[in-house]
Structure formats: C-alpha cells, structure tokens
Write a protein that binds this ligand. Structure first.
Ligand code: NAD
Length: 177
C-alpha cells in the first residue's frame, strides 16, 4: 500500500520541545514524516545562530531520544530561494513525495495550499515559552533555556560552545549598528 507522508518545515533555531511534540502528533497520523530544516544557508546570525548540520544533529538525536523508528523519518536541509511562488516546487524537488503539509506558518500554508496540497495546522503547544525566539532570549540572558529543549539540543549547543557563539554574535551585531 502507498505510504502517507507528511512534511513539517521549520528553521528550528534551535530544535525545541514544541517541534518534538508536533512531530510526535504528526507521526500518529502519517506513515512517514519529512522534516525540512529550513533556511539551511543561514547560520551565525542572532536569529539564526546554528548551521544546518548542527540542526540536523539536534533533530536526529532528539528523535532517537523519543525512540522514533529511523525508518519513519527523513531530515532534509533546504535553502531558501528568492521566489516564493516556486518554493513549493523547490521543496518537492528535494524530498520524497508527500501529500500533507503541516505548518503554523501562514506563508508556508498559503504557498502549499495554492499548489493544491492538503495543509494542516497542528495545535501550538505552550507557544508563550516553546518558540525559538524564547529559547534564544533565555540563552542570551542566562535563564533556564534547557527546560524548553530536548536533551539533544542542549548537548549540541554545549558541544559547539553555542552559548558563547550567540553572545559573540549579539555583541558583534550591536557594535556593527
Ligand atoms: P519554526 O521553527 O518557527 O516552526 C516550524 C513549525 O514548527 C511551525 O510551522 C509549527 O507548526 C511548529 N511549531 C513551532 N513551535 C511550536 C509549538 N510551540 N507547538 C507546536 N508546534 C510548533 O520555523 P518557520 O519559521 O515556520 O519555518 C519556515 C521555513 O520555511 C523557514 O526556513 C522559511 O525561510 C522557509 N520558507 C522559505 C520560502 C522561500 O525560500 N521562498 C518561503 C516560505 C518559507
């Protein structure tokens, strides 16, 4: 029988518990999930501090922590392109075939629904705290960010000295103004 595949695309800067909750829920609805690591070309910027490769490691180790069978997911980095109208085709070129797009991002939803895809908006879990913006803010302000992310994300950030990287980026961006 043909497999039902869904896709979730996010910048995942960094991977946090909201992403993992939503992935868990999607895996209850589809046979396989494609996880697109968006804006793969970006790193070393305060809104996008981590490289695509670092985000891939965060995601694959967080899925292992959740005991997700590796045959049920694909993790695919995808660069942005300048043309929104053809972005869904760009994504399609990079991924196995899929029929359902899961997103809370209004542009992503609009672009894929105009292409005829089934688009679903999964519920947001504790959006006040579970967002990349909040994790990055807490990292910079030395607050407890570890409680918002899987162990895997905290380990990668420690391994790459990510807190120091983010602090340097923030100092550089302020001094460049
Ligand atoms: P994100 O990491 O903020 O979120 C990704 C998804 O995770 C969301 O859609 C949402 O469904 C889920 N999520 C996040 N927090 C959650 C929570 N607390 N509870 C439940 N679910 C939660 O990433 P994003 O900004 O939506 O990423 C979209 C990507 O698509 C970006 O990389 C963007 O550049 C890319 N994009 C590119 C083009 C182009 O290249 N032309 C066009 C559109 C979008």
């Amino acid at each position: 029988m043909q497999k039902v595949r869904g896709i979730l695309i996010g910048r995942m800067q960094p991977v946090h518990n909201g992403h993992m909750q939503v992935i868990k829920q999607i895996l209850e609805e589809v046979d396989e999930i494609i996880i697109g690591i968006g804006s793969a070309q970006l790193s070393h910027e305060s809104k996008d501090p981590f490289t695509a490769g670092e985000r891939v490691v965060m995601m694959s180790q967080a899925l292992a922590e959740m005991n997700v069978d590796p045959s049920r997911y694909y993790i695919i980095p995808m660069q942005d392109i300048n043309f929104n109208a053809i972005w869904p085709s760009h994504v399609k070129m990079l991924t196995p075939p899929f029929s359902i797009v899961y997103s809370g991002n209004s542009l992503v939803k609009q672009l894929f629904s105009e292409e005829g895809y089934e688009v679903k908006q999964p519920p947001l879990y504790d959006r006040l705290h579970l967002s990349g913006t909040e994790v990055r803010r807490r990292i910079l302000e030395d607050e407890n960010w570890q409680e918002l992310v899987p162990k895997a994300t905290a380990e990668v950030i420690e391994e790459i000295d990510g807190v120091e990287r983010m602090k340097q980026l923030s100092i550089r961006e302020i001094s460049d103004i």
